[in-house]
Design a binder for this molecule. Structure first.
Ligand SMILES: [Zn+2]
Length: 64
């Protein structure tokens, strides 16, 4: 995974460690389920959001 330099303080979505300003971090998309009501029926609507992960977790992602 390509990492980039963080311009602000972030939290890793995987291990919840802090990604400090100036640290390398990666981003990956995470599937989030949402429920939408359509014609009286509730349907699962998956959508993706971008989450921040630390360099260590980004490196692990490459091995998988
Ligand atoms: Zn992490």
């Amino acid at each position: 995974m390509k990492t980039k330099r963080s311009m602000k303080l972030r939290t890793c979505e995987e291990c919840e460690s802090e990604i400090n300003k100036g640290d390398q971090y990666g981003q990956r998309s995470k599937r989030v389920g949402g429920i939408e009501i359509k014609r009286g029926f509730s349907v699962m609507v998956p959508f993706y959001i971008k989450v921040d992960i630390c360099a260590a977790c980004a490196a692990e992602g490459i091995q998988q």
